[in-house]
Design a protein around this ligand. Structure first.
Ligand code: SF4
Length: 427
């Protein structure tokens, strides 16, 4: 399950126009692109869509009322994000005259449900290259020829302070770093994961392009705190004869002051590279690491097919505690099928003992098509809600920041997601 980030930075720009001279297109459209994505990673995909339309002579507008076409990137990693995407599709259909095209992840995660709400054209992520060819005349460049912006600049040093100074501007934890998007897709087979239904095959982005982009971002800004992002960053390099530690070494070699943060590293990958990671930590190279354990019960981890054991996560978190490394966070799924009170307590006690900086606790969302939907021992909604509430209260009482599905932070996130136009930052 995706770890819901805090609100993605929204950069609002007035009409983008491509500055290059372009051959005449048959019909130039005003296109409005909206990301409803719950993750930071899809910003690079939105940027490519935007650049594709621009290079083919269309105009990107920031007001859907001025558009001929509304392209919505939908998200469905969790029930609340799925329902939000559906509600937004209905809102755009009702409020605007332009054609709505539904893009992104929802079409492959729950095709049937989408079809109940939407009968128009669908541009699902994993087939986007062929769908774009089918739907639009790409006179100048196809999607495959559009470069991906692998780096995004840092916005602020301290996100809490930034929010105080700019209450109307959303900012996220990751905005304190230069973001480097290193790969797409995931090779794990977690039984609850709805995103697996939407991911394209795993692909590492070129090591030389990443290092060069990182170098440029550092030179341009003087900032040296890099965050590596991807759907499964620990798999980096398996398809290009490299690895996550090798990439980290190359990034570190750019400048002695560079620090690296890791977003969403599967604990199985930490174990795989345990010695390298311990050495990076000892040398102060790693500044922050998000390591979603999802559960600390051996029995539940097996049902989730998480590829690591309770003893292994204990080993990792004990290392953090022993070396007094405090910059780590984790994510939990509460109410997974088969989760007993004992399993729940075990997970909670694990978190309270190891004291991560931040915990995201999400209620289990059943996804049609994901193997966990077939598991027996479903936890009823009331129990799930009660456990979520209890987890939030007990974790916060211990002085650890905890975000749950029902928290005020979640509500604020949806407000931002729906009401601020998110246009990828850099051309
Ligand atoms: S479902 Fe798609 S958009 Fe949503 S969090 Fe997952 S990868 Fe991102």
């Amino acid at each position: 399950m995706r770890n819901a980030p805090e609100p993605i930075l929204a950069i609002k720009r007035n009409h983008f126009k491509c500055s290059k001279r372009l051959p005449k297109v048959e019909k130039s459209m005003n296109v409005f692109i909206k990301g409803l994505n719950g993750c930071w990673m899809r910003q690079t995909d939105l940027q490519r869509y935007r650049d594709l339309f621009l290079v083919n002579g269309h105009t990107i507008v920031d007001d859907p009322a001025e558009s001929d076409l509304i392209l919505l990137w939908t998200c469905a990693f969790r029930r609340d994000y799925r329902d939000n995407s559906l509600a937004q599709i209905e809102r755009y259909l009702k409020d605007y005259k332009a054609e709505v095209i539904v893009a992104g992840c929802l079409p492959d995660i729950d095709q049937e449900l989408l079809h109940q709400h939407f009968k128009g054209r669908v541009l699902n992520w994993r087939d986007d290259e062929s769908k774009i060819k089918e739907f639009f005349r790409t006179f100048n460049k196809t999607l495959g020829e559009i470069e991906r912006n692998v780096s995004e600049s840092k916005l602020c040093d301290d996100v809490a302070e930034y929010r105080k100074q700019h209450p109307d501007k959303p900012a996220s934890f990751a905005d304190q770093f230069i973001k480097l998007h290193i790969s797409e897709g995931c090779r794990f087979e977690c039984t609850y994961c709805s995103e697996l239904l939407a991911f394209p095959p795993y692909r590492s982005f070129s090591e030389s392009i990443l290092v060069e982009a990182c170098k440029l971002a550092i030179e341009k800004s003087g900032h040296k705190e890099i965050m590596l992002l991807g759907d499964s960053i620990g798999d980096y390099g398996h398809d290009i004869d490299s690895s996550l530690p090798l990439l980290m070494q190359k990034i570190k070699a750019i400048d002695a002051g560079v620090t690296i943060s890791l977003h969403g590293l599967n604990p199985a990958h930490f174990i795989k590279f345990f010695d390298e990671m311990a050495s990076f930590l000892a040398k102060g190279v790693i500044k922050h690491i998000s390591l979603p354990i999802q559960s600390a019960s051996e029995h539940i981890l097996k049902l989730m097919k998480r590829s690591y054991t309770r003893a292994e996560i204990d080993r990792i978190f004990t290392l953090f505690n022993d070396i007094k490394f405090a910059g780590f966070e984790t994510h939990l799924i509460i109410g997974f099928p088969g989760e007993s009170e004992v399993d729940f307590e075990e997970t909670l006690n694990f978190v309270l003992r190891h004291r991560p900086k931040y915990v995201l606790a999400s209620g289990f969302m059943e996804t049609f098509g994901a193997p966990a939907s077939m598991l027996p021992g479903k936890v009823d909604e009331d129990t799930k809600r009660r456990r979520l509430r209890e987890a939030g209260e007990r974790i916060q009482a211990a002085g650890i920041i905890c975000n749950t599905d029902d928290s005020a932070l979640s509500a604020a996130r949806f407000h931002t997601l729906n009401h601020i136009d998110i246009i990828p930052k850099e051309a």
